[in-house]
Design a protein around this ligand. Structure first.
Ligand code: DQA
Length: 441
């Protein structure tokens, strides 16, 4: 004979069906379907059966509370706005004998005065508010304890994420620290591993095996860096539009047994640019370099509204290839190529200059072009963040140019990958501060 599992009703009131898109700054980005899935998983771990429901109608909520009197061993209820108005919901709950846990995603006491009073609290066994959607999981765990589940003490209610970075020579990367710190600050169990081909003595051909192993071992996703951003593409089931257009992937998410590739590098530059140089003129911009990050930065610049982008590289074919790729996406009038000998002429009419060459990095010090070509009206952007102030930025600042360092790009590509891995909105400001502290070490 199979033993019946105790049934827990998780009831949700009006507007909670909009979770994820409704005031995400208050209620977060998780949808109600995400919360339901997590409640079911935690319930199953704890030996409970979860009946998860939501309604916008007061009478329906009351009917379900009546129904729960016969079936439920416990109730978790977020009556939403009815909390503050409904004597009828209070009366219905009053007729229940099982434990009742009242949950609110937000801290109702910190919000408008009318949210401070709850009709439900006077019949609730306990109230949880302000813990985000974690509140539901804590409530289910507490009910399991009250109902005597032997597993109540051991099951973790926090969501767990295991991610990693595959690339060669990545030991000094700041990405693991950024992700893990943000995960901890969000109350997640979040582990970020480095899978360094160089330390492992492996080549790019090992990528397929590593990705399969990561999927089998329950990784949530992977970041992918040099020299694997192109090589990973044939190993994936699906690509975001941007990753497909760029032909480069730096983020893989394992979703329902599928591997989906994204590119957050371009987003990193675009977001840094939007925040750092919001009102900069962008009729004509010169981009130096068409190597590793060249396509992503060109894509970002054009997405941010650069009307005409001129790409310069010492290897003409590379510049041509990046320009052709972006012209296919944004139109041939918006992208052109110039020979390094023509830089002075190109810069003479430019509003801004973006350096995507490695010149200026600690290991390749110096300037990627003659400082004599700079003038105060030109803005200058970097993608290098080690050091944060390159020789180019120093020369530009000395002249009075507006400048943008590469730190923000590193942070925002990580923040976007964090969002793709977890479905949770990262706190970009907190990540920027943490990154600055790491760089200062
Ligand atoms: C809420 C808080 C209520 O004040 C509000 O009307 C809701 C959601 C919460 O979960 O934070 O809809 O119950």
């Amino acid at each position: 004979m199979t033993r019946m599992r105790p049934i827990v009703y998780v009831l949700n009131g009006p507007n909670l069906n909009l979770l994820g898109s409704r005031q995400p700054e208050i209620y977060g980005r998780e949808t109600l379907a995400d919360v339901e899935a997590a409640c079911r998983r935690i319930g199953a771990d704890l030996g409970l059966e979860i009946e998860f429901r939501q309604t916008n109608a007061e009478f329906q909520l009351i009917d379900w509370i009546h129904e729960s009197r016969k079936r439920a061993a416990g109730i978790v209820i977020n009556p939403a706005a009815l909390t503050h108005t409904s004597v009828a919901v209070l009366d219905a709950l009053n007729a229940c004998e099982c434990p009742i846990l009242e949950v609110h995603i937000s801290n109702i006491h910190k919000r408008e005065e009318f949210r401070h009073h709850s009709f439900v609290s006077q019949v609730a066994t306990g109230v949880i508010c302000g813990f985000g959607t974690q509140g539901y999981f804590l409530a289910i765990q507490h009910l399991a304890r009250l109902l005597g589940s032997p597993r109540a003490e051991t099951v973790q209610t926090q969501s767990a994420f295991l991610v990693g970075l595959i690339g060669a020579g990545i030991q000094a990367s700041l990405t693991p620290a950024m992700h893990e710190r943000e995960g901890a600050a969000q109350g997640l169990r979040y582990i970020y591993r480095l899978i360094d081909l160089q330390t492992l003595g492996l080549g790019v051909e090992a990528l397929a095996g590593l990705i399969t192993a990561a999927g089998q071992m329950g990784f949530t996703g992977l970041n992918i860096t040099h020299p694997c951003k192109q090589a990973v593409i044939p190993l994936l089931d699906d690509l975001s539009d941007d990753a497909r257009s760029l032909g480069a992937v730096n983020t893989v998410v394992f979703e329902d047994g599928k591997r989906v590739g994204h590119n957050t590098d371009w987003f990193g530059f675009a977001e840094n640019f939007r925040r750092g140089l919001p009102d900069a003129r962008r009729d004509h911009v010169v981009q130096l370099g068409a190597g590793g990050a060249g396509s992503a930065v060109a894509h970002a610049a054009l997405t941010c509204g650069v009307k005409k982008l001129t790409i310069v590289d010492t290897v003409a074919e590379r510049a041509e290839a990046v320009a052709a790729g972006r012209a296919a996406r944004f139109g041939p009038d918006r992208v052109s190529v110039a020979d390094p000998a023509e830089i002075a002429a190109a810069l003479a009419t430019a509003d801004g200059l973006i350096n995507t060459t490695p010149i200026g990095m600690a290991k390749y010090p110096g300037l990627p072009l003659s400082a004599a070509l700079l003038r105060p009206e030109l803005w200058v952007a970097e993608i290098i963040y080690f050091p944060i102030e390159t020789d180019l930025l120093r020369a530009a600042r000395a002249l009075g140019c507006r400048t943008l360092d590469g730190g923000g790009m590193a942070v925002f590509q990580a923040a976007e990958a964090f969002r793709l891995f977890t479905g949770i909105e990262p706190d970009a400001q907190r990540m920027l501060q943490h990154f600055a502290a790491l760089c200062a070490k």
